[in-house]
Design a protein around this ligand. Sequence first.
Ligand SMILES: Cc1cc2nc3c(=O)[nH]c(=O)nc-3n(C[C@H](O)[C@H](O)[C@H](O)COP(=O)(O)OP(=O)(O)OC[C@H]3O[C@@H](n4cnc5c(N)ncnc54)[C@H](O)[C@@H]3O)c2cc1C
Length: 403
Amino acid sequence: MEMQELAEQRDIVIVGGGICGLATALALHRKGIKSLVLERSKTLRSTGAAIIVQPNGWRALDQLGVATRLRRTAITIQGGHYISLADSKKKEIPIGNGEVRCLKRTHLIETLANDLPVDTIRYECQVVSIKLDPLTCYPVLQLHNGSYLQAKLVIGCDGVNSVIANSIGLNSVKLFCTCVVRGLTNYQNGHKFKPEFVVMSKGRVQLGWMPMTDKLVYWFVTRQWTSQDLAVSKNSMLIRQSTMETMKDFPDDMMEMISTCYLNSLHLTDLKYRAPWDLLGNNFHEGTVTVAGDAMHAMGPFLAQGGSASLEDAIVLGRCLAQKMNIMNQRERSSIVKMMVEEALEEYAKERKMRIVWLSLETYLIGKMLDAKSVMVKFVIIIVMAVLFSDPIGNTRYDCGRL
Ligand SMILES: Cc1cc2nc3c(=O)[nH]c(=O)nc-3n(C[C@H](O)[C@H](O)[C@H](O)COP(=O)(O)OP(=O)(O)OC[C@H]3O[C@@H](n4cnc5c(N)ncnc54)[C@H](O)[C@@H]3O)c2cc1C
């Protein structure tokens, strides 16, 4: 028997129930379009404590109808500065007049999921491969339990190591030399920090922090990845211990922030990216298979834009599909479905391409500057950045438009 005869049939399948998968399912739901999200974890999964959401991300969350609820959980950041411990110099970090807040990742994910119809998310369902059905030319997903699922449209939101991205010809992701430790610290009696984003640096180590509420603070430390870090990343106590050692020259109150953090909020992560030139040369869809979020544009966290860009993807994809679906419903002709979906994906890819190429390029340059040991290389990157990205908050002004 052919695999398509055994397969469960669905219209729209989203692979991955992270920020992007859930936002995409919600965008479609708001437009009256049903989808199924396949998530390999047992429950909703959110790695990395908190996420900074900038004005472009809030615009997308507004369109999804969840922004008001999320705003209640986090204060607005009103400024930022950078302090070099080597020479005590202080510099402003521009954040503009737009809305910047830091959300608990679990809040964001749960809020998106709670607005979806029951049974939209299927947990413990890992996609292992994707093929085209030779008869219908629709994609067929092979699941970890050996079963098959055929869909008219597959959207890969399966993160940096995406199975779906490989199938549409995107090259594998690459690694920066820098890694990040992230955590949350709760101050029972309230903290003393202003509503500001602060980055403090000493040598190649940077500590950044941002209050989320009057008690809770999100912080991160960037440093070089070492050969022991794979083992360290699996144990919260070791992550804290190695971070304290990295930061021994930092002020005492900063050391205290790390030493008193929630152990279970700690994550040590290597940083992967898709090269900007790979994005430039790809169409982001093959037939009725496409990608969104990190599966499409994994980038370092240096601009804190990967998550917001994923929300933008969801809005644009939802809009492009909804426009075509309306025409399809009117005509009720199944023979045009494939063509219409392909047209919608073409429009989605066209609209997203240059936005994510520029974001990825800017992030890539910052990442390479942090990686660089040579002063000359750093200098060249600074010049290139000054020419290409003279408006440091230009990336936050982007508006993905209405859903
Ligand atoms: C250190 C760090 C800090 C960051 N800080 C920020 C920030 O402050 N602001 C910001 O906007 N962005 C930030 N980002 C980027 C942001 O985290 C990502 O862009 C965002 O999480 C991408 O969401 P996603 O849904 O595409 O991928 P993911 O969050 O990785 O979700 C993918 C989902 O797919 C599931 N999955 C994977 N493979 C399969 C499969 N084969 N079958 C079924 N399910 C599968 C996974 O279990 C997961 O749930 C940061 C990233 C890092 C690494």
